[in-house]
Design a protein around this ligand. Sequence first.
Ligand SMILES: [Zn+2]
Ligand SMILES: [Zn+2]
Length: 890
Amino acid sequence: MLEKQPLDKVYDPKKVEDKWYQYWLDRGYFRAEVRPDREPFTIVIPPPNVTDVLHMGHAYNNTIQDIFVRYRRMRGYETLWLPGTDHAGIATQNVVERKLYREQKLTRHDLGREKFLELVWQWREKYGNTIIEQLKKLGCSCDWSRTRFTLDPSYYRAVMEVFVRLYRKGLIYRGNYIVNWCPRCETALSDEEAIHKEHHGNLWYIRYPIKGEPGYVVVATTRPETMLGDVAVAVHPSDRRYQGLVGKMLILPIMEREIPVIADELVDPEFGTGAVKVTPAHDPNDFEIGRRHGLEPINVMNGDGTMNANAGRYAGYPRFECRKAVVQELEEKGLLEKIETHSHAVAHCQRCDTVLEPYLSEQWFVRIKPLAEPALRVVQEGKIQFHPERWVKVYTNWMENIRDWCISRQLWWGHRIPVYTCEDCRHQMVEVDAPEKCEKCGSRRIQQDEDVLDTWFSSWLWPFATLGWPQITEDLKHFYPTDVLVTAQDIIFFWVARMIMAGLEFMGEIPFRHVYIHGIIRDAQGRKMSKSLGNGIDPLEMVQKYSADAVRFSLMMLTSEGQDINLAESDFEIGRNFSNKLWNAFRFLHMNYEPRHIEMAASRQFEASPQELDVADRWILSRLRHAATRATEGIEGFHLDDMISSLYSFFWHEYCDWYLEWIKPRLFGQDRHAKDRSLAVAIYVMRELVKLLHPVVPFITEEIWHHLKLSEEPDLVVTSWPEIPASYSDPQAETAMTQLQSLITSVRTIRAEMRVPPAKKAEVFVRVDQDGTFAELIRENAEYIHFLAGAERIEVGPNVSKPKSSASAVVAGAEIYVPLADLIDLEVERNRLRKEIARLEKLLAELNQKLASHEFIQRAPQEVVERERQKKQKFEMDLEKLRANLASLD
Ligand SMILES: [Zn+2]
Ligand SMILES: [Zn+2]
């Protein structure tokens, strides 16, 4: 036999949340096993950087994942939510470098590679798990026994294997290329790591004297210091202004070097003067032009952004000081034609915000087209679906214009490139394991490439490297491909697209079936939350203050498909209020039920004698069926906003506002049988409701469930997702209940508008056309109407006539009268009606004028005109009624 446990009056999440999280962990509910008899459901977490602390974006992203995972677990799937972290090459290295400089005024070069890496590992041991612990506070049901890190030894092997395979397939090559270069981080960056910002700068017009002739060619540039590395001046082949000049030589100012005038299609005749300087080592277009014309690039800059020996007397100048000095020298020599202000996009380092240089250097690249084509196809064929679907277009556009991927980084923290060179014979070897000696000459003097791989070169393998690949493990066979990837839109290209390429290339299979793309969390004014603005809201602080359930629920209530969310701290009250409402609803039941009622509810005893259920019972069961169906369809169809709004309005506006109120007369009445039945239905609905809400608010629902479950029933986290019988659907009860609600609401409205004191009981007269079902319904439920509408007597029938001085309303074709003489001051009501009539008369006059205007009738769209006509009709009817009411008060 069940025992009834005492209950706190006020819900205290602090007593509840940690308790249940530990309870679930202790019982291993989040651990996935390879079970061939069960269908798997797999999600891999977008691995946060080891440098991350939980921010609102993570909280949102992981709440969504947890909803999908908890739902599937309840549906009986073998769920695996695989967690882990990313070593985040450049981000982590920067953090440790800054710390080293702050504390010891040392750079990484002072320490050397080995010592510095030791320091990064120490940092990682100490801080690298912060975010994992924080995810637990949020309630995330990850399989922590499978936590992965992108530098784990087994993960390392996967990365090496991939490099070697692509290299042998000819898809990795080394080339001199113009890359995005950060002079502060001293590394190459991918296009996606280069952040473009609008910059208000200058356009300098420089005169290049023509050799052996008077006169100049004028070129315009935004970066005058790069002229030191010019190798030519180019014009468009069909540009008439320069036709006689092509083939002639110019004297490059300052450097006094002779350079040719060449013609090339790439030149934009509209830019500047139509003649452009060609600097192949410092501009991607110029690099192309230089290659086509066989011009050797001249690199004038060091990796740290200072000028090198090729810059002549400016060697050693930092780049922007060199710019000033060059401009000054040109001016002094009379070679500066003019300066114009000029706005253009300038690339900045994603990590440190330094202005990037297009910079010529030797890097490793992945030939991306052969990988992108199949990855584009699986999305276009619908094998991988994007939610919302509009992202397919963005994805397609990007994939069709994709450029080769620069994968080498001049960093120390990361996977070092597995390319080995013999120092004696220069033979090159690419191997997973470091070769001990040269395979050609046998020398043991072997040098590994200094660079490491782009972080994304490891995270693009995440869906299968985490499951053991390149070993074909049981995990890999069972849990791959994964089901859903949940991500924000900003890493679709960095990560999502590349995972699709890698999955197809190395597994021969898509990595996931669905990609759920959610919006970004912004502050209340719609600005991105950032450290520099100080406008972030700390999710853990909110968990402390409002509870994890409240944080999760609030974020989900604010969700509307794929849209960004504007968030203020006060929004978390939504979640707290919801938790409190849920607790109070349950506490109301708890004050009234005995343990046997739970058994009656669990066995759905009320089904045995359906004729005993009254209209409200049948209605709430029907509405439960409706809400459960919508919630299930919402979650299955990736419309989480539908799921949450249907559960919210069912619980709040139907179960609490109506049903729990409706049954009070029975709970407090003498009919024990009726009381039992009401409690059984109310508890049944509450039991199913906490199941439906569990994926969103896991803690409070588990707590309530442990009061409402039978001892042999499982914990909520692993109980079955509700299947509400189709037979509960009852359109007749829904119609009837809607009519009764309208009746009660209109009496309440009359009472409120007339300011009838709550203690005064009203009489209600209802005139129906004929003595049919509505009249019957009212008589049957008179007791409830009395209770809910503050009435003491209801008279209903076709012969009811309007009592003197009464307010009226119309519901379901019936006229409702509430005599007012005993309740209020009639003069006040007369004034109200007169005012209302005057207001409507004015509106009607305006509307009539509008509809009489030819211009309006002809110009406005048909449906607008129609809407105005209907409005007019309604105003006329309302006026008629109000005038009649006013008359009736006499
Ligand atoms: Zn940087
Ligand atoms: Zn050798």
